[in-house]
Write a protein that binds this ligand. Structure first.
Ligand SMILES: Nc1ncnc2c1ncn2[C@@H]1O[C@H](COP(=O)(O)OP(=O)(O)O)[C@@H](O)[C@H]1O
Ligand SMILES: [Mg+2]
Length: 403
């Protein structure tokens, strides 16, 4: 059965709505584990029809023809670790949260499995309690395998390049397509546009967080953040311009750390003046996405930002994307890449009509037009930002898929 494997290989992305997606699925080789999965499914009112015999190789053959479930339990017992890693990465990239089941009780083994893209690993024999607890952990922030979430900043090389637009859509994809508990934070307390873009009421949450950072905990966040869809939580404020909010390094850092502890993914829409005023914030980012347009000015500012910010945080991965690109840009993609001495991670076209239509509806483009090229490219990028490893080498995958 080669066809589904090919679908997987090309990194096929599914454009289905969340409603069309099974909440869970399982590919299990032994009876005891299958019984545990059935018990958990019944308890949660999920169909037991999505529990199938066979482990990871079967999943690789069958997935790819239908959208992946939100949670996927995968039996990896008896398979060579290299094949397990390749297979898990391939499936994780479809945007499903994997719980692997295996027989080897060893920390290194656990680490390799999680690094390959699984969210948790349970050593057999498993019972319903162990499986149920693992699912609960995945639904909560800071699950066992990923005790700390990831912090990704979005910033513009210039104003108006589409930072907010891309941050909002990335957060939407993280939550709805990749099943990550996601926070989207508009760091511009005065003139942020996130509340407007998603058509939600701004809250005073961020302001209160800066006024009294000690108070910021899980309960505070639950009350202060607007919930959007299944697992997107938004912190967006519209303070009066004359109402000065004092941010200090400690406060900014405390906020960043609280977000990391409470969410799988935190996406921050960062105003450019933070580079000067809140330099400490950048020290906490796992990744920074610089949004640019294909102009000389943007090229120059990209390089200046990259140099400065990379010096502040050497661990941070910086990715540059071009947005609003037209067929005849001032600077070509090639010239731009020569100028930044690297690759543009994405090149998004200028499509004012579509954005205007989504904007009028108060919807993220990713929800409004899931098949749009920008959404598909951003989805691939988000898989990487969520920490799922790059695609494995082909050889391993082929062997595994053909079993
Ligand atoms: N690829 C694109 N094509 C067309 N319009 C876009 C694109 N990306 C963003 N926009 C529009 O550009 C405007 C500015 O975007 P915004 O995200 O607010 O920029 P920034 O946050 O960088 O100031 C918005 O009206 C948005 O809809
Ligand atoms: Mg903005």
């Amino acid at each position: 059965m080669a066809a589904p494997v090919v679908a997987l290989k090309t990194g096929m992305l599914f454009d289905t709505d969340e409603q069309d997606r099974d909440p869970f699925g399982a590919y299990i080789a032994d009876d005891a584990a299958a019984a545990a999965a059935q018990a958990v499914a019944r308890l949660r009112g999920w169909s037991t029809g999505s529990i199938r015999k066979g482990g990871l190789p079967t999943a690789l053959r069958l997935l790819g023809v239908a959208p992946p479930p939100r949670f996927l339990i995968l039996d990896i017992e008896g398979l060579p670790i290299e094949e397990v890693e390749a297979g898990l990465t391939e499936i994780a990239r479809l945007g499903t949260a994997i719980i692997a089941l295996g027989a080897i009780n060893d920390v290194n083994h656990f680490r390799r499995i999680v690094r390959a893209g699984a969210r948790d690993y349970i050593v057999k024999p498993v019972d319903a309690d162990a499986l149920g607890e693992a699912l609960v952990r995945l639904e909560q922030p800071g699950d066992a395998a990923n005790p700390a979430g990831r912090l990704v900043g979005f910033i513009g090389a210039r104003g108006g390049v589409g930072v907010t637009t891309l941050a909002v859509n990335a957060a939407w994809i993280m939550a709805e397509k990749l099943s990550r508990r996601t926070a989207l934070v508009d760091m511009d307390l005065y003139a942020g546009n996130i509340a407007l873009a998603l058509d939600i009421e701004p809250t005073r949450g961020l302001r209160e967080a800066f006024d009294d950072p000690e108070r910021v905990d899980e309960v505070f966040l639950q009350n202060a953040m607007a919930k959007f869809g299944k697992s997107l939580h938004v912190l967006a404020t519209e303070e009066d311009f004359d109402d000065a909010v004092r941010m200090t390094d400690d406060k900014v850092l405390m906020l960043a750390d609280t977000m990391r502890a409470n969410f799988d993914m935190t996406i921050l829409d960062v105003p450019r003046h933070f580079v000067m005023r809140e330099p400490q914030l950048f020290s906490r980012f796992d990744e920074l996405v610089i949004v640019a347009e294909l102009t000389l000015q943007a090229l120059r500012d990209c390089n200046r930002l990259t140099k400065l910010l990379q010096a502040r945080n050497r661990q941070m991965k910086i990715q540059i994307v071009a947005n609003q690109t037209t067929s005849k840009p001032d600077v070509s993609v090639k010239e731009f890449e020569t100028g930044i001495d690297g690759k543009l991670r994405c090149v998004f076209p200028h499509d004012p009509k579509t954005f205007a239509a989504a904007g009028i509806k108060g919807r993220a483009l990713a929800g409004h037009k899931p098949k749009h090229r920008i959404v598909a490219d951003l989805h691939r990028f988000c898989i990487e930002l969520a920490g799922v490893p790059e695609e494995p080498r082909q050889g391993f995958f082929r062997r595994l898929g053909k079993r």
